[in-house]
Design a protein. Structure first.
Length: 276
């Protein structure tokens, strides 16, 4: 029987998350490693931090699949005494290839946003921002960023925010919401990761609440004063980490290799403190 190689895992993941869907600024695909190297174990994480890289080597993985690209911005050095260079050297010395599926996985179906939609309690429908389509062409199954759907039953924003908190992995940040806590919500928009650039689109699509991450004071304040829907702000890591199970399932279905999700919480926030 032919051995599974890095190129095989790359191929099946790129079939699920086509690279052409990635935003122009993105940097997806195989970041380091030899496509011809054999793979017996694949690890999955949201970010490739130094701790995650060391864990992948420790667990005996030959490939690490992540969501966030390690080398997204311009790089002039991967010297081992730089943070990202140290990660690269750790992986290469440990025989671990690194692969990233980012905005292509956000837009694909199923993808990161479908997983988030299901977790917060909606059937993932049309995207917020369709990929290469006019609004008139958009259907419930179109590719693109974000998803819109409806809750089975209306609930208050307070109840919905608690439902989101119960569904997502816990972080120090927790979940916060802006809007009338007793306002009723049913139509929901979600966008995994940083999503304040879609506030206007969420308002135009007539949703009752928009779930995303990395929201800032002024954009949210202006959004609400302009009549926009309530917003639920999650930790970036919490909104996207559940995708690792989806990527793992794709690999397991295609190849008989060992898989393991690295459960390390790579959300950078470690404390959330309220005054007494």
């Amino acid at each position: 029987m032919a051995q599974t190689i890095v190129g095989d895992i790359r191929r099946v993941l790129e079939e699920a998350y086509p690279p052409h869907l990635a935003e122009k600024w993105d940097a997806v695909g195989l970041i380091c490693g030899d496509p011809e190297d054999e793979v017996g174990k694949v690890a999955f994480a949201l970010d490739c931090t130094q701790q995650v890289a060391e864990k992948a080597v420790e667990m005996g993985a030959q490939m690490l699949v992540v969501h966030h690209p390690l080398l997204l911005r311009g790089v002039t050095s991967v010297a081992a005494d730089t943070p990202k260079g140290k990660v690269i050297h750790t992986l290469l010395k440990g025989g671990v290839a690194l692969f990233a599926a980012h905005t292509n996985a956000d837009k694909a179906r199923p993808g990161v946003n479908d997983k988030l939609a299901e977790l917060v309690g909606i059937e993932p429908g049309r995207p917020i921002i369709p990929h290469a389509l006019s609004d008139a062409e958009v259907t419930e199954t179109s590719l693109g960023l974000g998803r819109i759907g409806e809750l089975p039953e209306p609930m208050t924003l307070r109840e919905f925010t608690q439902q989101v908190a119960n569904a997502l992995p816990e972080t120090a940040w927790g979940i916060r919401a802006a809007g009338d806590p007793d306002g009723v919500v049913k139509r929901v928009a979600v966008s995994s990761g940083s999503g304040d650039s879609f506030l206007d689109a969420a308002r135009e699509l007539g949703v009752d609440v928009y779930v995303t991450s990395d929201l800032r004071h002024h954009p949210v304040d202006e959004h609400l004063r302009a009549g926009g829907p309530a917003v639920v702000d999650t930790a970036h890591w919490a909104s996207e980490f559940p995708w690792t199970t989806q990527a793992r399932d794709i690999v397991e279905k295609a190849y008989k290799v060992d898989t393991e999700i690295i459960e390390l919480r790579t959300d950078p926030w470690t404390l959330s403190v309220h005054g007494k």
